[in-house]
Design a protein around this ligand. Structure first.
Ligand code: PLP
Length: 400
């Protein structure tokens, strides 16, 4: 028996984090790299939010806070849910952690035993299956095809549910596809869930505020409130307010689950930084203008990438309704030859080829449980997007 646990041998480091790191280190070596792999806004955190963090330091808010976040922050979160989602939570139904990621981690660790199943629709955010595995659960991947706009087919969901199912994870708008559920689609999923009262729902709403074409975001509780006693709504400040490094996520859910989440957190990180908590209050209370301005910027960028890549007949491109990602099918380019005569066998090799030949970093679809695709992020400048897309197409055209 080796030193390391079986648990750790089952999981992978985050692929998106490692590609971003590779792109960064190639850049540092002086290579001309355009990074379309980043999972974070390129905007800076707004000044008013930064100033709230600075003021918190000056005011001596530098000590431990309650595990589940300061009362002031939980107030701001309760108001956010009320104002933006028409959802009503009390203080003991809210928790705050070091990013949405930690809140999801705590929730699964608090609820999963060996062999419990977690339904994860694919393509999925890279961390769900690995977090489920750390909790020693069984990720059950539910495939959502391009033909179904990367959304759950309710009949398929029903077939996937067993008596061991603990959770269904819903992520809308989605990372990596940008697919967003409408009211009717959520209602049809809710109808299935109402028939299976042992299944809990984890709604990951991290991209709630990055939505296009005047579409309105809603989560499943806004459609079917009777699911409230078994739904955890996860959100955070990373994507909406350009605060990835501040590490603050939060959730609203049933008190009995929130208590267990808090118990785990009290024995791990205790709480996220007191300074980030102060800054998050400002973010939640005073960011409407920032959000509305960025929505327009992201939509313009989405349109650039979509129309450029769509024009190349080697790709099938899905138009995202939200998030800052475009998911592109590169199946037509598989088994084609590079100039040196070697074959491109899969999307991992294609993504490597794009990095070497075009100097553009993208993430292979394999990382999201759905090949042969790649994910491009449009959280970068218009000129970078134009240059990068041209380079991707130029390199792809060289494949014979
Ligand atoms: N959920 C989704 C779908 C994400 O894409 C991410 C980050 O990339 C997260 C959750 C976690 O974000 P954070 O931990 O920064 O709040």
């Amino acid at each position: 028996m080796g030193f390391f646990s079986q648990r750790i041998s089952k999981i992978q480091p985050s692929v998106t984090m490692s590609i971003s790191a590779k792109a960064k280190s190639l850049k540092e070596e002086g290579k001309n790299i355009i990074n379309f792999s980043a999972g974070e806004p390129d905007f800076d955190t707004p000044e008013n939010i930064k100033n709230s963090g600075i003021q918190a330091i000056k005011d001596g808010q530098t000590k431990y806070t309650p595990v589940n976040g300061t009362k002031e922050l939980r107030n701001a979160i309760i108001n956010k849910f009320k104002k933006e989602n028409n959802l009503h939570f009390s203080h003991d139904e809210i928790t705050v952690g070091c990013g949405g990621k930690q809140v999801i981690y705590n929730a699964l660790l608090a609820s999963i035993d060996k062999e419990d199943e977690i339904i994860i629709p694919s393509p999925y955010w890279v961390s769900y299956p690995d977090i489920a595995l750390i909790a020693e659960g069984e990720p059950k991947v539910l495939e959502c095809s391009l033909e179904n706009n990367f959304k759950i087919n309710p009949q398929d969901l029903e077939k996937c549910i067993t008596n061991k199912t603990k959770w269904l994870i819903l992520n809308s708008p989605s990372n990596p596809t940008g697919a967003m559920y409408n009211d009717l689609e959520l209602m049809n999923i809710a109808k299935i869930l109402l028939k299976h009262p042992h299944v809990w729902i984890l709604s990951d709403d991290l991209y709630e505020h990055i939505v296009f074409d005047d579409l309105k975001f809603k989560n499943i509780l806004q459609i079917e409130n009777s699911l409230k006693e078994r739904t955890l709504i996860v959100n955070g400040v990373s994507k909406a307010y350009a605060m990835t490094g501040w590490r603050l996520g939060y959730a609203g859910g049933p008190k009995k689950l929130i208590n267990q989440i808090n118990k785990i957190q009290s024995q791990s990180t205790t709480h996220t930084s007191s300074i980030s908590q102060a800054a998050a209050i400002e973010a939640l209370n005073n960011s409407e203008e920032f959000i509305n301005k960025n929505k327009k910027v992201y939509q313009e960028r989405r349109d650039i990438v979509f129309s450029k890549l769509k024009n190349f007949d080697g790709f099938d491109v899905f138009l995202p309704q939200g998030s800052f990602y475009i998911y592109v099918c590169c199946n037509n380019l598989m088994n084609k030859k590079k100039e040196d005569g070697t074959l491109i066998n899969n999307d991992i090799e294609f993504s490597d080829y794009l990095l070497d030949e075009a100097g553009v970093a993208v993430v292979p679809g394999e990382a999201f449980g759905c090949s042969n695709y790649f994910r491009t992020s449009f959280a970068t400048s218009k000129s970078n997007l134009e240059k990068g897309c041209d380079k991707i197409i130029e390199a792809s055209k060289k494949l014979k």
